[in-house]
Design a protein around this ligand. Structure first.
Ligand code: AMP
Ligand code: MG
Length: 484
């Protein structure tokens, strides 16, 4: 791994230097070739295993943990930080540099009462979802590897420690700005420093002045909106949308009790610690806005409120436009004269009616969409019709859909396009669970298979058909614990 000079370390009040504490008997549990390529690596070598497990120093790495704060479930926590994530620095690759972080690398000055560790099941889940989202074209941080060990860790019961090696374009969170606004009162100078750093590192086309700040915040609003639109379209619930888990670049970030929807359910809650559903699937667009408002408030000492409000006011439109684009593509509604407000509303209604019907009929979200790849949209007869109990409601909807769709010249090409946007394979919680149980038993094959299949989620992969199935009874609507 080649590291470039890490510019974040020019901000001494923003981090603490800390070295990972090694784990016993490290072993590779997972490795992503696609992520490895990003930083010019080819193979999981023994030398890398020693370095990334914290058992040996890595040449050129800086080793630091960042301080930040954040709104957790609506309440402000003044001081958080990387309690168990140690950033090695920016590793260079063919298309730019990526922060390399060891999540679960040991205690840091921000660990509070935590042990600085991650358990195997959560490390595997973070690995799988990072790579799965990427292959679904959802903006996300990446994961290079999972390293397991026989080191005991206590949660509800005894488990073993593991490390996810995370790659991120940036580790700057909304919570970084909140920290220097609220927790370090009067540090507008620090806010400006962080802002200038963020802009110069990640938005080189923008200037570090009032005009640049304004354009930057609008970009953050738009990127956040786009990320959440992707989640809603693909049926992904993050589960812990605290402001410290929001990346400033709009990449899906810091995964815990996330879930992909099996049956479509607007108020689906995936986090055991969220009984009120603050972060339920359907709440995510609203929470994104709430989080941006927290960020805007934190930035108010340095960016005029008119500029902040003007950007925030763009959020809904940015989200809806991305959502519409993704959902139109899922439905095949790609031809229209012009995207007018009226057309948008009509299409949103058509999409909304379809998801409401899906919910009423308890249909599987991914499987239902996948059927569009077999649909002859010019025919009155569709196999999908049999899935709906209220057939006349479906018929009414289907008629409106066909009318909106208009002529389809090349049906085979149209179907192929639908299959390229409606994934056959998603990371269902029960599949992750099965892979984790196998890892506990010393069998890595199911995890490797799942990873491989999810790296081509749109391909048929007939030999892996069973991984596209709805969950068995035990695996339906799994709600994961927050402990990790
Ligand atoms: P999370 O819920 O993973 O986003 O974590 C919230 C905060 O708690 C972050 O500051 C984490 O770094 C910290 N944290 C979570 N788990 C641990 C742990 N086992 N040891 C130390 N800090 C932790
Ligand atoms: Mg976090």
């Amino acid at each position: 791994m080649q590291f470039k000079q890490d510019f974040f370390t020019q901000l001494p009040e923003f981090y603490s230097q800390v070295y990972p504490q090694g784990i016993s008997n490290p072993q590779w549990l997972a490795w992503s070739d696609a992520a490895a390529q990003l930083i010019g690596l080819t193979q999981p070598t023994d030398e890398l295993l020693l370095g990334l497990s914290g058992n040996a120093a890595i040449d050129g790495a800086t080793y630091y943990a960042q301080v930040y704060s954040g709104h957790q479930f609506g309440g402000y926590t003044p001081r958080l930080g990387d309690g168990r994530s140690i950033i090695l620095g920016e590793a260079t690759g063919p298309n730019g540099a990526w922060d390399v972080a060891l999540k679960g690398g040991g205690p840091t000055p921000y660990s509070r009462h935590g042990d600085g560790r991650a358990v195997m099941r959560s490390a595997v889940r973070e690995f799988l979802v990072s790579e799965a989202l990427h292959h679904l074209h959802v903006p996300t941080t990446r994961a290079l590897a999972v390293i397991g060990s026989d080191m005991p860790v206590w949660r509800e019961s005894q488990e073993t420690a593991a490390i996810t090696v995370r790659l991120a374009r940036s580790h700057i969170r909304f919570g970084h700005f909140e920290y220097f606004c609220h927790s370090e009162r009067g540090r507008a100078d620090k806010l400006i420093q962080l802002l200038n750093f963020t802009i110069s590192q990640h938005y080189p086309h923008l200037s570090c002045d009032a005009a640049g700040y304004k354009a930057w915040f609008l970009q953050v609003v738009q990127d956040t909106a786009k990320m959440i639109a992707h989640w809603q379209a693909v049926g992904f619930a993050h589960g812990v949308m605290n402001t410290d888990n929001m990346s400033i670049l709009g990449d899906s970030f810091d995964f815990g009790p996330f879930a992909f929807l099996d049956t479509f359910q607007e108020d689906f809650i995936c986090n055991h610690s969220d009984p009120e559903g603050r972060y339920a699937f359907g709440q995510q667009p609203g929470v994104g806005l709430w989080n941006l408002q927290c960020l805007a408030q934190a930035l108010s000492p340095v960016i005029p409120s008119d500029d902040l409000i003007a950007a925030i006011n763009q959020y809904q439109d940015a989200l809806v436009q991305t959502y519409l684009q993704l959902m139109r593509s899922k439905l095949g509604l790609t031809t229209f004269d012009k995207s007018t407000a009226e057309q948008d509303k009509q299409d949103l209604d058509l999409i909304g009616q379809f998801t409401v019907m899906m919910e009423k009929n308890q249909l599987d979200y991914a499987q239902t969409w996948r059927q569009f790849g077999k649909l002859d949209p010019t025919s009155q007869h569709t196999a999908m019709r049999d899935d709906f109990i209220d057939i006349s409601q479906f018929d009414t909807w289907y008629k409106a859909y066909q009318l909106r769709l208009g002529d389809v010249a090349d049906i085979a090409a149209w179907q192929t396009e639908r299959n390229s946007v409606n994934p056959k394979y998603i990371l269902r919680n029960y599949l992750a669970q099965e892979a984790i149980i196998a890892v506990e038993e010393g069998n890595l094959a199911p995890l490797q298979r799942l990873q491989q299949v999810l790296s081509q989620p749109f391909a048929e992969q007939i030999e892996h058909e069973e991984l596209a199935k709805r969950p068995p009874d035990w695996g339906q609507g799994l709600i994961m614990s927050c402990s990790s």
